[in-house]
Design a protein around this ligand. Structure first.
Ligand code: PLP
Length: 483
């Protein structure tokens, strides 16, 4: 029999790819990408394609286009100096970095002024993940990440860096009073780290997202400090993704790691933020890395050469950031109010259908519990439901796309018009209550719902284990109180 590796090499040679190219080409699309591709082929449009797919799966803020458009047409935006059309500092135009440093100092509540020299501007936070992972890790190294999490991180940390996620699985069941569903603890981080070490995986980093995607909750300051200390104990880098930092729509206090007076390990603590979510401009492709580590900046800057942002775009965004009057009196208050209104509308609509959601404070989405609509408590059933909703022309994101370990959770993005949210609820109603043969759940008690409970403590290996494999232990149903 032919050696499979030589067969693979022959196939690669045939296609003209390097082994790396073949690995990249062979990597499947994530579920989020797959759903988005379907949407792009048949997008809903109230006038031109009312039967098209409604996209409640992609995390985009569509609530403040009117404000941004108005601000963009002010004369200060129309400015072009020759240097904006020349090659610039790969780290980002100096005046833009200065503006970003001032902005983050103020909005992240930094105790002292942030240094523009520590800022690197790139074409989105995806690029920040890709470049950071390439310079922090060798192929096969791992990073700890609590699940569920924004699944896009998997490919961004793998395509250049070939890093692998080491999951820290979180579950909805509340173990004691005062804890909350999907609660992260240092003990869970320790367990995951030691399991990885037993498997000879060199863990190099801890990735945290705050406000969280997809949970929409916010890490308390104390837990953040403990996470930073944990990382310091094990010499792990901390990559802190705060891309939703200013999309907090209730009174919960958000603490940025930039606000701490001191960090346990400043040279291994890296912060990212961008314009995609808080400014509703994911199409403009600008993200920011803030790191005090000079060596890491030097290395990331080499790669930032491939991830630069156009000079005129940097100018336009500088104008946005510097207009504090508009930001504080118009943009952020309106954005917050509209986010809250949209979130309420979606949550109320879901409650009427008997779908509870995790209490959320930030981000553009809610984490909703569809478990009672699954034919069985498996990921096959979850994906089956996802396809059925797509047949109904509704795209939402299944928990599996976020490496959730409990089947039946979905993320729904609410940052869209009230009309579309109502249509989303209508399509859900049609699918879940009219077309499925499930019995309609009892909606009279929205503060209670069914939670899959482990029969035994899951013995599966959490490191690099397909989510389906660990789902098998979850078949017992138990009633718990709400979020
Ligand atoms: C948590 C998180 N980080 C990073 C990104 C990517 O951001 P960008 O558009 O800046 O590449 C996203 C996009 O959804 C996200 O949700």
């Amino acid at each position: 029999m032919a050696d499979p590796s030589s067969c693979e090499e022959a196939a690669v040679a045939e296609r003209g790819l390097s082994a790396r190219g073949a690995r990249i080409a062979g990597r499947g699309q994530g579920l989020l990408d797959e759903g988005f591709a379907l949407y792009v082929g048949d997008p809903f449009d109230g006038d031109r394609n009312p039967q098209g797919i409604l996209n409640f799966g992609t995390s985009e803020n569509k609530l403040c286009f009117d404000l941004i458009q108005e601000r963009l047409t002010k004369p200060d935006m129309y400015y072009l100096e020759p240097h904006l059309l020349q090659y610039s500092d790969t780290q980002g135009v100096k005046s833009f970095r200065e503006e970003i440093a001032r902005f983050l100092t103020e909005y992240a509540n930094a105790p002292t002024a942030l240094d523009p020299e520590n800022v690197i501007v790139m074409n989105g936070c995806c690029a920040v993940f890709a470049t950071l992972s390439a310079v922090l890790c060798d192929p096969g190294d791992g990073y700890l990440i609590p699940t569920p999490y924004y699944g896009g991180i998997n490919s961004k940390t793998w395509l250049y860096g070939e890093m692998q996620p080491v999951h820290v699985p979180l579950f909805s069941e509340v173990s004691n009073e005062g804890s909350r569903p999907f609660q992260l603890t240092i003990e869970k981080l320790e367990t995951a780290l030691h399991r990885a070490q037993e498997q000879d995986i060199r863990v190099r980093a801890l990735i945290l997202i705050n406000p969280h995607n997809p949970l929409g909750d916010i890490y308390p300051a104390q837990l953040l400090k403990e996470c930073l200390e944990f990382a310091h104990r094990y010499k792990l880098h901390v990559i802190m993704d705060e891309i939703y930092m200013l999309s907090v729509y209730d009174d919960t206090t958000f603490t940025s790691i930039l606000s701490f007076d001191s960090l346990p390990d400043p040279n291994r603590t890296h912060f990212m933020w961008g314009f995609s979510k808080d400014f509703g401009m994911c199409g403009i492709r600008v993200g920011v890395l803030y790191t005090r580590n000079h060596e890491i900046r030097k290395a990331v800057n080499q790669l930032a050469m491939f991830h630069g942002c156009p000079g005129p775009v940097q100018h336009v965004l500088s104008q946005f950031l510097s207009d504090r009057e508009w930001l504080n009196n118009v943009f952020f208050p309106t954005n917050k109010r509209r986010l809250k209104e949209a979130q309420n509308t979606l949550v109320d609509g879901l409650a009427e259908l008997g779908i509870p959601v995790l209490k959320s404070s930030g981000g553009l989405y809610v984490w909703a519990d569809f478990r009672k609509f699954l034919k069985s408590q498996t990921f096959e059933a979850e994906i089956d439901l996802w396809w059925k909703l797509l047949d109904e022309k509704l795209l939402i994101s299944p928990g599996k796309a976020f490496c959730c370990y409990e089947p039946g959770w979905f993320r729904l993005v609410f940052s869209d018009s009230i009309d579309k949210i109502c249509l989303c609820i209508k399509r859900l109603q049609q699918m879940l209550h009219n077309k499925m043969d499930n019995s309609i759940p009892d909606c009279s008690s929205p503060t209670e719902f069914e939670v899959a409970e482990t029969v035994d403590e899951p013995s599966a290996n959490y490191v690099n284990t397909a989510v389906d494999e660990v789902s098998e232990g979850y078949s017992n149903l138990k009633k718990i109180a709400v979020f």
